[in-house]
Design a protein around this ligand. Structure first.
Ligand SMILES: [Zn+2]
Length: 340
């Protein structure tokens, strides 16, 4: 069946993918390079492999990139830091206090620079470079303010502009979504962000409030249908601006240890995609490139299964792959917001 077009409205659901591209800036306070270094280095193989697959299947993907990755050397990085920096109560959260651990350039320090990878992403059709804030900014942590958030986002917009990139979409680091900062985002040109899954187990929290219980529930939810499909209608998404395009599912890295559960994990994703295609809803899948940094062949095989399922749903129901920026642009032009 061809894609059905009813007036302006396309049916068949949307498949949105967003990736949090951060290398060490996203994990530096939680993992050491000894523990997690192989995953971080593996990003340099995983990203080209993903880009090739995205092209093969015409997948349009949002790359929410940490601003600090845009540089090719430290000198350039240091001249672009925001004029107000977050003063977290927990100072280990601030990357600015650890800049002496950053090497001179991308060749000597592949953990903290991403200039060449950003160039590859830009050169691949359909890929959107978006923002994951400048410094991997934590919007719910004590000590930071709206003023330091604005300065952070301005620094991200500035370096992107210098590289002829317009930032339109945003992913809040650690999914610490702060409603009070949305006006600042809109001010700086952001049209959509990725909200959290609409279930209590995914509710945004700062690090101190994350309970083990909730982490356990999220792990189980990857395999069993605890929280539902987490798919959303265009009308729901259009209710506020910047648009909230909520996550449906985190693509967990392949695990040899949990291999017997791997089929359940994949089935949970494929059935939610199918549900979105049948009911004309949005299915939004996300992960980090470093999740694919080890076991790359196994992770790519899972991604290929997902891409093949998308191809089938596109042929059968007219499902469409869209970046967050594509979806926001379409909503802006075609879907009137429902008064709430
Ligand atoms: Zn992150």
């Amino acid at each position: 069946m061809q894609q059905r077009i009813v007036g302006e409205k396309k049916e068949g659901g949307r498949f949105v993918i967003s990736l949090d591209f951060e290398i060490n800036w996203g994990v530096r306070d939680q993992q050491t390079l000894d523990q997690y270094g192989p995953n971080l280095l593996g990003v340099r193989q995983a990203i080209p492999a993903m880009l090739e697959l995205f092209q093969e299947f015409d997948l349009r993907v949002t790359w929410a990139t940490v601003g600090l990755l845009f540089f090719s050397n430290k000198e350039e990085m240091l001249t672009h830091l925001p004029y107000v920096q977050p003063q977290y109560s927990n100072s280990t959260l601030s990357p600015y206090l650890a800049l002496n651990n950053v090497g001179d350039d991308e060749a000597v320090d592949p953990y903290h620079f991403g200039y060449s990878l950003i160039a590859q992403i830009r050169d691949t059709p359909g890929q959107e470079i978006a923002t994951h804030t400048f410094c991997h900014y934590y919007c719910l942590e004590r000590g930071q303010t709206a003023e330091s958030f604005r300065a952070d986002l301005e620094a991200a917009v500035q370096i992107a502009n210098e590289q002829n990139i317009t930032l339109r979409s945003l992913v809040f680091p650690r999914n610490q979504y702060n409603a009070q900062y949305l006006a600042i985002c809109a001010d700086l040109g952001i049209t959509s962000y990725r909200g959290n899954e609409n279930s209590w187990i995914y509710k945004e929290r700062n690090e101190e409030q994350q309970s083990l219980y909730k982490r356990g529930a999220r792990l189980l939810d990857a395999y069993f249908n605890l929280s539902g499909f987490n798919c959303y209608t265009l009308q729901e998404i259009a209710q506020q601006f910047p648009y909230n395009i909520p996550a449906s599912r985190f693509l967990r890295p392949w695990s040899g240890r949990l291999q017997s559960l791997e089929r359940l994990r994949l089935r949970r994703i494929l059935s939610a995609m199918e549900y979105a295609a049948r009911t004309n809803k949005v299915f939004h899948l996300w992960w980090h490139p470093h999740n694919f940094g080890v076991n790359i062949p196994q992770n790519m095989a899972v991604l290929r299964r997902i891409a093949e399922h998308y191809k089938y749903l596109k042929a059968t129901y007219g499902m469409e792959s869209q970046s967050m920026g594509d979806l926001a642009a379409e909503l802006h032009h075609h879907v009137p917001a429902i008064a709430s």
